[in-house]
Design a protein around this ligand. Structure first.
Ligand SMILES: [Zn+2]
Length: 205
């Protein structure tokens, strides 16, 4: 059976969108409530006021968008990245291309679950399914990731055994890799179903 691993940031470096860009982006490009992108990231040049100097993996403050450095893209391989992630370009506040880093979203969400204090809802504005696991993290056996590389609920990455084998963790900067345990059923008391394009919460749960 395939094991899955959560690859997440250990960085405290901030990654903050440019304020003017962020204000303009709210509504059409990013949901103004939850920060989910409303257009494919390929079509978005996100402007950042602050960005990580080292970390191979982080996320943007105030947007449901991750940031991945070229070293991690190289290790995971362009085949997996191209198949499994949406990738966008980054710019500075002055509109200069920010090389070495890209924005990303997973084409598939790996639904890491938590305990019954986990946040599980749909965004009131854009309808995006939002889950924030609390406590011990696990995957539920009948909802395992289908792609080798997925987005995690905290906009980091979930990888399978095969991609884990490509990583030289010591060469990456400020990332944490943890094997995700499996559970037969969820203990968060949320009735989540797989649907086309992701997951949805049953209204009455
Ligand atoms: Zn939203």
């Amino acid at each position: 059976m395939t094991d899955f691993f959560h690859l997440s940031t250990r960085s405290t470096e901030t990654c903050i969108p440019d304020r003017d860009w962020h204000e303009d982006a709210k509504g059409e490009i990013l949901c103004s409530l939850c920060g989910s992108p409303r257009v494919p990231l390929e079509n978005v040049d996100m402007h950042l006021a602050e960005w990580p100097q080292q970390a191979s993996l982080t996320a943007v403050f105030g947007a449901r968008v991750g940031i991945i450095k070229d070293d991690l893209i190289q290790m995971l391989g362009h085949d997996a990245i191209g198949r499994c992630l949406e990738i966008g370009q980054l710019k500075t506040s002055r509109g200069e291309k920010l090389s070495g880093y890209s924005s990303f979203r997973g084409k598939e969400l790996a639904l890491i679950r938590g305990n019954d204090t986990s946040i599980c809802r749909h965004c009131d504005e854009c309808g995006a399914f939002i889950y924030f696991p609390m406590g011990r993290e696990y995957l539920v056996a009948d909802c395992l990731p289908q792609a080798p590389l997925c987005e995690s609920p905290i906009i980091q990455l979930v990888i399978n055994d095969q991609l884990r084998g490509r990583l030289d963790i010591k060469q990456l900067k400020k990332v944490h890799l943890a094997k995700i345990s499996l559970a037969g059923s969820p203990s968060d008391h949320h009735d989540v179903r797989r649907c086309q394009g992701g997951f949805k919460l049953r209204e009455d749960s």
